[in-house]
Design a protein around this ligand. Structure first.
Ligand SMILES: NC(=O)c1ccc[n+]([C@@H]2O[C@H](COP(=O)([O-])OP(=O)(O)OC[C@H]3O[C@@H](n4cnc5c(N)ncnc54)[C@H](O)[C@@H]3O)[C@@H](O)[C@H]2O)c1
Length: 441
């Protein structure tokens, strides 16, 4: 049965806390794509196909032609940052895109000035911006954000808005009782409890305004019972955490392959150097801890040592991130993987990925914005686990383990799209082709 999906009429506002490297690469990219100057490579919504029906039917539409997504020409951008650089200046400083490409959309980017941020240096010590709101408590800060959202929507004549967190990684937080219920969370906001992070205030404001919220960083943010409860109550989609780019993308491509062939893995050492502002923030041990926890969970979930101790019981997994300014946004990662095969004979795999962090992250921001808007129009609310494909540490219901295998994540994403559009799900069983052959003889 097809879902009753509201049409994507009117403008879609994409609001972004954190107008740094990822956000500016995303915004500038979309603007140049709108002008026909570049291609949205890496975006599944724009360049990916989906198979429909049987293999013999040869139906492989582009995803954007299959599901009713917002058109790129209908997107308008806005955001908040602790620095007051406009998007053009911020993009120049991020040094991801070449100046000639930025100059082609200079007026559009210069027009985007960050709103005052909700920020607390306790959560990100290595930043010192001053474009910051000064309301008396965290509830008042949330109300100020809600007003920003309302004003943005009216000024830009948007019919819908989504929010994607692209701001810095906050320090590590343990689960606490104030995160358990909406009432406890709201009381803690009013009492200025130090365990309420800025990202939670943005997520709260978005959900209260009916704005879908996706979290691109590893902070807890909306991954707490109180905000999940509020999202369900107000029928708002939420998703997170931590964009899956670079090294973790490789890990979730390679590890399922090794497990598929029942090859053993004894050790996996992952090391990174990066020199952008994200790297500077992660140079602080409290912020690195948040990222480390997010990155470490991936292998155990894919290889499942508890059900396969002979192959994966000895697995030693280590992740290192080092701040190295000369590399800028061009992160370099090395993976040393110690594997073993038939009769326990040892082998090694070395992966040296010279990637561009924000180039990999930008299409994820686009896809999340479009899919979260689709989810909202299709009446899907609460945690959007079908978008795990985009995250290092997918948010799931409390009793569920996240699925990290990128191929299973893709099947889930595509089957969700088929499901909401009333198409048959694809199981890849394929026996029906042979049955039909027998019957036709
Ligand atoms: N680039 C990737 O491949 C990738 C992958 C996964 C996750 N991420 C995460 O995405 C986020 C953005 O990465 P980036 O490379 O653009 O970093 P960045 O440092 O260039 O940009 C982050 C921006 O957020 C701003 N900021 C910090 N706290 C804020 C707040 N409370 N409100 C508003 N603005 C705030 C900073 O001033 C900065 O301009 C980081 O958390 C990073 O860990 C990036």
């Amino acid at each position: 049965m097809k879902y009753d999906i509201q049409p994507a009429d009117g403008k879609l506002g994409v609001l972004i806390p954190g107008l740094g490297a990822v956000a500016t690469t995303f915004i500038a990219g979309v603007e140049t794509i709108k002008k026909g100057l570049s291609q949205p490579v890496g975006s599944l919504t724009q360049m990916g196909n989906i198979r429909l029906g049987k293999r013999t039917e040869n139906r492989y539409p582009l995803i954007k032609d299959f599901v009713p997504l917002a058109n790129l020409n209908d997107i308008v951008f806005g955001g908040w940052d602790v620095y007051d650089d406009n998007v053009y200046e911020s993009a120049l400083k991020a040094k991801v895109l070449e100046t000639h490409l930025l100059d082609a959309v200079k007026s559009e980017l210069q027009a985007l000035k960050p709103m005052k941020a909700v920020f607390d240096r306790e959560f990100v010590k290595n930043l010192d911006g001053t474009n910051i709101k000064t309301e008396a408590n965290k509830m008042d800060l949330a109300k100020a954000l809600m007003k920003d959202i309302e004003d943005f929507k009216a000024t830009n004549n948007c019919s819908r808005v989504v929010m994607v967190w692209c701001a810095s990684t906050e320090k590590y937080l343990e689960h606490a009782d104030i995160y358990e219920t909406v009432a406890a969370f709201e009381a803690a906001m009013t009492a200025n409890d130090p365990r309420i992070a800025p990202s939670m205030i943005y997520a709260y404001a978005a959900i209260r305004m009916g704005v879908p919220f996706a979290n691109g960083a590893p902070n807890l943010t909306c991954d707490i019972p109180a905000l999940v409860e509020l999202a369900k109550e107000l029928q708002v989609p939420v998703a997170g955490k931590d964009f899956k780019t670079g090294q973790t993308l490789m890990k979730t491509i390679v590890a399922p392959g090794l497990a598929a062939r029942a090859l053993g893995v004894r050790g996996w050492f992952s090391s990174n150097i990066l020199g952008n502002r994200d790297g500077l923030v992660l140079d602080d041990p409290d912020n690195f801890k948040t990222k480390e926890v997010s990155k470490l969970s991936v292998l155990e979930e894919i290889l499942q040592p508890e059900i396969n101790p002979e192959l994966y019981g000895e697995l030693y997994h280590k992740v290192r991130i080092n701040y190295y300014p000369p590399h800028g946004d061009n992160k370099e990662s090395w993976d040393n993987i110690d594997i073993f095969g038939w009769l326990g004979y040892q082998m090694q795999i070395k992966i040296n990925f010279l990637c561009r962090d924000s180039i990999l992250a930008a299409p994820i921001v686009l896809d999340l914005a479009l899919f979260m808007d689709l989810a909202s129009r299709a009446g899907m609310s609460g945690i959007q686990e079908w978008l795990s494909f985009y995250f290092k540490s997918p948010q799931t219901a409390p009793e569920l383990k996240p699925e990290h295998d990128i191929f299973k994540q893709l099947i889930k994403l595509q089957n969700t799209l088929r499901h909401i559009m009333g198409e048959d799900l694809i199981t890849h069983l394929g026996l029906d082709y042979y049955q039909e052959l027998v019957e036709s003889l």
